[in-house]
Design a protein around this ligand. Structure first.
Ligand code: MN
Length: 296
């Protein structure tokens, strides 16, 4: 039986102070602190995930819950959703629903022996993770995982969308195929390739029909992010690079740009138009989005 808790840094501090006398050395890069008593092991990862393992893990778990003043969770068998244990290449994309910023697609290779530790680190569907967690996990993942990433900036996006007339799904298909091709030059032994589905398999290959090199042994699966660790890792890496790209854009524009394509975008557009012209959006936004229509 193992138990895990996501800690704040204050809570991590309390636990480290309390169990310091039982601490044992640790060797891997993910770990912040490890302690052992006769029956259980306590590990705090750098992502501030606490893991309690061992035959009496429940006692220690209860003790820690009261130490850091949280309510114990009775049954914690939910972590098993990312449970398909093969060495897979997974792919996912970010930015396709955001007016500002480009598109990032990542492909990641996760060996089956990495799955457990990645889950313990808190790898899951990136939509369930906030930006600071993405940055934290991303730092670890880009060092530990074999991956490839494509950042399509706004100039290129707007060009291929308007001049070449490629729609969003075609652009995604090209980027996924390309990221997989690139990753395959670095990875030889994998059990399969899973794409977080954004279209049907038939359409996916239609979009790629003009490509010279098409990776055909791919599986397109809906909600793959929550089923496959490799896809979850790809989604986190993609989001990690997207955040970096997006923050640079915000800096350039001079204020924090809003994400998505909702009502907040309009205010941002007006603010930018006070000092810049419409053409400027070619370099910072997806100009085919409706958000810009009334200003054209
Ligand atoms: Mn996706």
């Amino acid at each position: 039986m193992s138990k895990s808790i996501n800690l704040t840094s204050e809570q991590a501090h309390l636990i480290i102070e309390r169990y310091r006398e039982f601490s044992v050395p640790h060797t891997n890069n993910y770990t912040l602190f490890r302690a052992k008593n006769k029956t259980s092991t306590l590990t705090i990862f750098k992502t501030l995930t606490l893991l309690i393992q061992g035959s009496n893990s429940n006692d220690l778990y209860q003790e820690i819950c009261s130490l850091i003043n949280i309510t114990p969770v009775i049954d914690e068998a939910k972590n098993s959703s990312l449970s398909i244990e093969l060495s897979l290449i997974g792919t996912d994309e970010v930015g396709t629903g955001d007016f500002f910023g480009g598109i990032v697609v990542a492909a990641a290779y996760v060996r089956k022996d990495q799955i457990k530790i990645l889950k313990r680190l808190g790898v899951k569907d990136s939509k369930q993770l906030n930006d600071s967690k993405i940055l934290e996990l991303g730092e670890v993942l880009i060092k530990e995982i074999v991956f490839s990433v494509h950042v399509l900036d706004n100039l290129k996006y707007n060009y291929i969308n308007r001049i070449q007339n490629y729609n969003m799904n075609k652009i995604k298909a090209l980027l996924h195929n390309s990221a997989i091709r690139h990753l395959r030059t670095k990875v030889k032994n994998y059990d399969g390739i899973v794409i977080d589905a954004f279209t049907t398999k038939e359409k996916y290959f239609n979009y790629l029909s003009d490509e010279k090199e098409i990776v055909t042994e791919v599986k397109l699966e809906e909600k793959a992010e929550s089923k496959y660790v490799s896809v979850a890792v790809a989604s986190i890496i993609a989001r990690y690079f997207f955040l970096d790209h997006f923050n640079k854009l915000s800096k350039e524009v001079g204020f924090e740009l809003p994400k998505g394509a909702g009502p907040k975008i309009d205010l941002a557009i007006q603010k930018i138009l006070k000092t810049r012209n419409l053409k400027y959006f070619e370099t910072i936004a997806k100009t085919n989005f409706k958000n810009l229509d009334k200003y054209k």
